[in-house]
Design a protein around this ligand. Structure first.
Ligand code: ATP
Ligand code: MG
Length: 320
């Protein structure tokens, strides 16, 4: 009986979603179109890319950014820039990064928080942060204050032996963070960045000895975050909504619950993982828009496919 009642019960809705209230409260409807409300519905991508060092977090983030209108922040890239510019954070980070150790959580939050504030109204990806459970908690507290909680955590699952064999082949373009791999994703010109033509460099922490330490560090301090996010994904949260003077009192219904999505994507190369990641974000975040460059590339591909198909049918008909 109880089950029947539940099944036939109408879905719980905002007052402002009913036809009557749509007529009665036209101006306050705008408040429900704010980014905060879209976020509640899980439409804004706020993604933590999670995985071992060398798992392909940077490579896959770059592919998402190329295809969709998404901002991205990599703490590794940010720190390497701080080090190159010899800022206060950079001077503190240099030794720690070179040894494959982790920077203190409060320093990292400072590095990330102001950058996050700049992109709070966008879809975004975080690569390399959080790396410890306390960093995860600091991040959640910061995002909760903003009313912009995480919507997706992607756990990249790549075997250790694959990662270890990759690392000695890796070269980076420091200013942009673009990553190349001489055996599977080489630059067009050996030793130089495809986009700027500037020289590529080897990261000082990409050598077997330091890398082994980074992997150990990952298992000790970073992997417990998976349990943390598993719990978070099982617990829907309701975000406090800021009071709105224009809002009709009847509109003060419960805000919808926000639920974090946690997905593990497994593979041995980024090419293998990419289609899974692309399908995941496309399905879960339909509000994502493709970049003009990506649309143009697809238009060119479909044009050349059409030309190829026309050529093929002409040649099977025996046209010259
Ligand atoms: P990859 O670039 O292949 O994903 P990675 O994840 O080990 O490898 P980066 O994210 O580039 O490397 O980070 C490089 C180094 O910067 C880390 O080894 C660490 O010393 C420091 N670092 C980066 N992010 C953090 C963080 N959230 N907390 C503490 N230290 C960090
Ligand atoms: Mg990286």
């Amino acid at each position: 009986m109880q089950t029947l009642r539940r099944a036939s019960a109408p879905p719980r809705r905002y007052l402002s979603d009913t036809p009557a209230s749509r007529k009665a409260l036209p101006f306050s409807l705008n408040t429900l179109r704010s980014s905060e409300d879209r976020a509640d519905q899980g439409n804004v991508l706020r993604l933590v890319m999670f995985g071992k060092p060398g798992a392909g977090k940077g490579t896959l983030s770059a592919r998402l950014v190329k295809k969709y209108d998404i901002a991205s922040l990599s703490t590794g890239d940010l720190l390497r820039q701080h080090i190159a510019e010899r800022t206060e954070v950079g001077r503190e980070a240099e030794e720690i990064v070179a040894q494959g150790k982790l920077l203190p959580d409060d320093v990292m939050l400072k590095v990330v928080a102001s950058k996050l504030d700049h992109i709070r109204n966008k879809h975004w990806i975080l690569d390399g942060f959080p790396r410890t459970v306390p960093q995860g908690e600091l991040l959640d507290a910061h995002l909760k204050k903003q009313g912009t909680p995480l919507s997706l955590v992607v756990n990249l699952d790549v075997p250790d032996e694959v990662i270890l064999s990759r690392i000695s082949d890796r070269w980076v373009h420091l200013p942009s963070g673009r990553v190349y791999n001489v055996s599977y994703n080489p630059p067009k010109v050996d030793g130089f960045d495809d986009e700027t033509g500037e020289p590529l460099t080897k990261r000082p922490d990409d050598n077997p000895e330091i890398f082994a330490r980074r992997l150990t560090q990952f298992y000790a301090s970073t992997s417990p975050l998976i349990a943390y996010y598993t719990r978070a994904a099982q617990t829907p949260t309701r975000l406090p909504r800021a009071p709105d003077r224009n809002q009709h009192p009847h509109q003060l219904a419960f805000p919808p619950a926000h639920r974090l999505l946690l997905k593990t994507l497994a593979g041995t190369t980024s090419d293998e993982i990419w289609p899974q990641l692309d399908a995941l974000v496309r399905d879960a975040f339909p509000a994502l828009r493709e970049t003009a460059a990506s649309l143009e590339t697809r238009r060119r591909h479909s044009l050349s496919d059409a030309v190829l198909a026309a050529d093929l049918s002409a040649s099977t008909r025996g046209d010259s």
